[in-house]
Write a protein that binds this ligand. Structure first.
Ligand code: NAD
Ligand code: ISE
Length: 338
């Protein structure tokens, strides 16, 4: 059985997911695409034998030739497509963020709860990354004692022109927001944002930023967000426990020592750094649908929780204050932590 997938949004990650679904993963075919940029959608479809180009995401979701939907359009458009997929009773993998506001995510959670069955998975791929999984295994084993702090860095070589001041929180740090909830198995209770001297590479953006998150158990997480670091894509994380520390390893497959120097390549971007994580994330999603089970990855609840923290981060960035995070009660549909 091949899962017939329709892709909404054929930009960078849409094309990357189509490439993996057509050349890397098993049990899936891409049968339909759509994009507001019709020419891009047509160009992408031309390389997909038999794929239909739809005029809108809603038409694609209604297509009987589409079993499940992958949403890769811009964040503010996610809500309408995820809600349409829930209304059609189709499984939907939505790239992060689930939606760009707490209210939009709440509407998605409420629609899924009303439907009565999990249909939504959010693209927080760090949970599938070998280094993050190894780090979590050490933390969970108790070898470094109770975690007290985590230091993170999220560095992009550069960002697109549509990237705004708030995107540092809503589009970039939102990955760490989801990751630490998963890493520590607890919620974030408050955030603040520190604003260092601006990089001359950042244009009008406030770059870098330091996001500080307080965890329910008392640990504190700091995240450096630098989005014009120039030298490459660099993702770091180190957990400090009572008895030791554990950090994401260096990921380069090669290190060259020559002429008194040590050099190792740095990934260019997220596609290179998280290549395998995206593969595993989507393969597990495809397999969960094939076996008739609910998706086991990040849920609409996780997407909602990340959005609430992200909104608090934006408020902290604007106001300079510490901002409390308050979640609605978790519906029983999401009681099993993902
Ligand atoms: P992009 O601009 O390259 O592509 C987005 C595409 O969506 C564009 O082709 C655009 O025309 C299309 N689009 C916009 N509005 C639409 C609508 N209403 N209906 C259909 N298509 C529409 O952006 P991108 O970098 O591919 O990012 C897309 C999404 O993926 C964003 O939510 C982003 O946060 C997420 N993303 C996730 C990761 C990750 O690491 N998981 C990495 C990059 C992007
Ligand atoms: C982008 O949308 C992603 O999700 C990348 O993983 C992240 O590193 C980047 O900052 C975002 O803009």
């Amino acid at each position: 059985m091949m899962l017939k997938v329709g892709v909404v949004g054929t930009g960078m990650i849409g094309q990357d997911h189509i490439r993996r679904m057509t050349t890397v993963l098993a049990g899936v075919e891409v049968t339909a695409v759509t994009d507001v940029d019709v020419e891009t959608a047509k160009r992408v479809a031309a390389a997909l034998p038999g794929a239909v180009v739809h005029g809108s995401g809603e038409d694609l979701i209604a297509d009987p030739g589409v079993d499940a939907v992958v949403v890769c359009s811009w964040g503010p458009t996610h809500e309408q497509y995820v809600l349409a997929a829930i209304a059609a009773g189709k499984q939907v993998f939505c790239e992060k963020p689930l939606a760009t506001t707490e209210e939009a995510c709440r509407r998605i959670v409420e629609a899924e709860v009303a439907h009565g069955r999990r249909l939504v998975q959010v693209g927080y791929m760090r949970r599938y990354d070998a280094a993050y999984r190894a780090l979590k295994a050490v933390v969970d084993s108790g070898r470094i004692g109770t975690p007290l702090m985590m230091h993170c860095a999220h560095r992009n070589a550069g960002v697109p022109s549509f990237y705004s001041k708030e995107s540092a929180i809503t589009d970039t740090a939102v990955h760490e927001i989801d990751m630490v909830r998963w890493m520590f198995g607890e919620e974030i209770t408050a955030v603040r944002v520190l604003v260092p001297r601006k990089s001359r590479n950042g244009g009008d953006l406030q770059d870098p930023l330091l996001l500080i998150m307080e965890m329910a158990g008392g640990a504190i997480v700091d995240v450096e967000i630098s989005v014009n670091i120039r030298y490459g894509y660099d993702i770091r994380g180190e957990v400090v426990g009572e008895d030791g520390t554990a950090a994401l390893g260096e990921l380069s497959p090669v290190a060259v020592r020559v002429s008194g120097q040590l050099a190792a390549p740095v990934p260019a971007d997220w596609r290179e750094r998280f290549l395998r994580a995206y593969d595993i994330e989507l393969q597990e999603w495809i397999d969960s649908i094939a076996t008739g089970g609910p998706p086991v990855g990040p849920s609409a609840w996780d997407g909602y929780a990340a959005a609430v923290v992200s909104d608090a981060g934006v408020a902290a960035l604007r106001g300079g204050e510490r901002v409390d995070v308050s979640l609605m009660p978790r519906p029983p549909l999401y009681e099993v932590a993902s």
